[in-house]
Design a protein around this ligand. Sequence first.
Ligand code: BGC
Length: 748
Amino acid sequence: MKKRKFVFGITIFVMISIFLFSCQKQDKSSLSKKVEDLLAQMTLEEKIGQMTQVAIQVVSKTQGAVDQIHELDQAKLEEAIIKYHVGSILSVWDIGHSVDYWQEVITRIQDVATKKTRLGIPIIYGIDAIHGVNYTKGSTIFPQSIAMAATWNPELVRKEGEITACEMRDSGIPWNFNPVLGLGRQPLWPRLFETYGEDVYLASLMGAKYVKGLQGNDISNPEKVAACAKHYVGYSFPLSGKDRSPAWIPDRMLRELFLPPFKSAIDAGAATVMVNSSEVNGIPVHSSYYLLTEVLRNELGFEGFVVSDWADINQLHLREKVAPTQKEAVRLAVMAGIDMSMVPMDFSFYNILLELVNEGLVPIWRIDEAVSRILKVKFELGLFKNPYPNKKLKKKFACDEFKKVNLQAAREAITLLKNDDELLPLSKDKKIFVTGPAANSLSVLNSGWTITWQGDREDLYPKNKKTILQAVENKAGAKNVTYLPGVTFDREINIDAAVKTARNSDVAIVCIGERPYCETLGNIDDLTMTQPQLKLAKAIEETGVPVVLVLVEGRPRIINGIVDDADAILMAYLPGMEGGSAVADVLFGDFNPCGKLPITYPGYTNSLMCYDYKNSEISKINDYDAQFPFGYGLSYTKFEYSDLKLDKAEINESDELNVQVTVKNTGEITGKEVVQLYLSDLFASVTPSVKRLKRFSKILLEPGETKTVEFTLFKDDLSFIGRDNKPFVEPGEFEITIADLKEKFELR
Ligand code: BGC
C-alpha cells in the first residue's frame, strides 16, 4: 500500500515537472518570437538607440548640482527618445527625491517612449540602489554590503533585495545596478564596502541571494526588478588599491576566485551585467572579447545584456589608450560584447555606431544580437505591458516591517572584536562619555550612495533616524551621557577637554572611522586610521577609564596602536539608517552580537593577507598576523563545539561526505552562532590554500541548549583550478576544520 502511494506520488511529481518545464520552454519560445517580431520592424537607427543609455541630466533643464530643483526638459527628452531612439536612461541629479517626484519623472519619460514613438518601446530606467533605494527620500536604507555579509545571514540579504525591489518599483524604476560581486581582497580599494567581503563562497552565496531577492523567479512581477551583477570582472582587485586602476589576475586565480560570484549570480538569474571600468592583465575589460564573450557567454552561460560602466567605452580612447580614436573605442567595445553603452552625457555613441555599421565596420548581426538581448529583458520585466510606477506599493514603502528587517540586519552585522573582563554589555545607569567623529553623524553610518552619490550631505539625512550618540542617550538617559567630538576625521578639536570629561565618567565610547566617500573620491594613500583619531583614542585610553572603541568604516583602517588598551571593540562597518540604534542595542545588551568578519582585519599596512593564504606565505618570522581574522566575532554568551564527525574516512568522487558537529550554548543568555566549516586540501598539484570556507550555518541557541549541525560536501567542493586552468578533483588527503576541531578524510 505504502509502495503504491509512493509510486503515485512520484508519477504526479514527474508529470507536474514536465508540465512546468514545457510551460517554461513555451514561454521562452514565445518571448523569442516577440523579440524577433519587434526587431524585424526596427530601423537601424532605432536599434542603435536601444543600445544607447544617457544620464537624466541629458534630458533635464538642470545639470545635477545638489541644491538645485531638478526638472525634465520636455524638448530634450523628446529629442533623446524620438530623434535618437535611446533605450535607457539612468541615475539621478545626485540628489534623492520623493517617491511622488520619481513617479512623475518616470511617467513623463515612459509617456514619450510609449506614446510618441513609432514602435512604443519602453525605456529601461536604471539606478544605483546599492543599499536600499538610496536616491528616494525616506526609503529603507540598509547596511552596506560588507556589513550585510558580516551578518552571515543569507536570508537577511534576500530580504534586503526584496524590499529594495519593492521600493524601486514604487518609484517606477525597474533596474538596479547592484550587486557588486567583486571579492573584497584589496582593503585599500574605496569600494570594498560595496562587496560581500574576501571569501569566494560567502560572496557567491550572498550575491545569489540578493539577486533572488531583487528578481524573485519572475521579474515581470510588479514588485520585482532586474539585477545588474557588477563590475565584471576583477575591478575589486587593483594592485595599487586605487579605484579604476589595473588588476593583475592570472587566469587560474580569476577562475578560482573572481568568476564564481558572477557564475552564482548568473545561475540565480541575474538579468544584466556591468563591466569593470579598468583593465585586467593589461586588457581593459570593456575591450576584452575573451572576458565578455568567450568567458561570460560561452563558459558562464550568461543570456542577459551587458552594459558598460560610466563613460567607459570612451575611456578606451581617452584613458586606457587602447583605441587611437573614439570611433575605434566604440568598435572594440561593441565587438567585444558590450550591448548597451552608458555613454552617458551625449549621443556620441549613437552617431559613431551608426557610422560604423554603415561603413561595414560593425556587422548588423552584432547589433541585432545586442538589441535582442535588451528587448528580451524589457519584455521579461513586463515593461511592454506596463512601464509605469506601481502606485499600489506606496503603502508598503518604508513600512514598519521593512524597518524591522533593516534594524535586524544592522544588529546582526555588528561584530564584537574584543570584550575584556566583559566590559560589555554596559548597564544603563553608568556615566557615559561619548566621543569621536563617528559618534553623532548619520552620513558616517551610511557613507556613499546615500541620498547623494558621496553620501556626505548630513543636512539632507532624515531627522527621525538616530546617530550612535542619540541612540545611546535614548538608552541611558541624556543626563547620564556627555559628548564631545574630540577630533574630526583629520583635525584635532578638543582632545584635552575630551580627556578631562572622560576622567569623570564610568566608561568612554570612542567612535572613530571614516568620513563618507564613494568610488575614486575615496582613494587613500595609507590604510592607517587617521592620526587625530588615533591620538584621541590613545589619550582617552591613557586615562584608565574603560574604553569601548566603535569602528564605523567601509574598510579596515589599521588600529594596532590602540587595540591593546581598548577594553572592548565593536566593528559597526557602515550599518545604515538603523545603525545608530543597532550599535546602542549591542552596547547595552538589548541585542547579543553575532556578526563575524567577512574580511581579514589586517594588523599592519604591509601585511594584507587574506585568510585563505598559501602555506608559503607564512614562515618562522611572519604569520597571518591579522588584527582580527576572517570569520571572527565574539558573543555575550559562550559556545562550545564537540563531536566533529565525518560519516566516511574515505570517499570516491561520486560520494557525498556528511559532516556533523555539536554546538552548545554554555553561557547564560540566548545567542546566535555562525558555525563555519573550512576545508584544507593537504597536498595538491597546484599549491593549496591553507583552508577555505565551504559551508556555514547560523543557529540560535538558548542558554544550555545543544544543537547538532549537519553539512554535506560534494565533489565540486573538493575541486580546484588545476595546472591546465580547468576545475580538477584530485585524490588525496583533506582536513575539515570547524572551530578548533579537525578531522581528516581521504579522496580515492
Ligand atoms: C559606477 C557604477 C555605477 C555607475 C552609474 C559608475 O561610476 O562605477 O558602479 O553603477 O557609475 O551610476
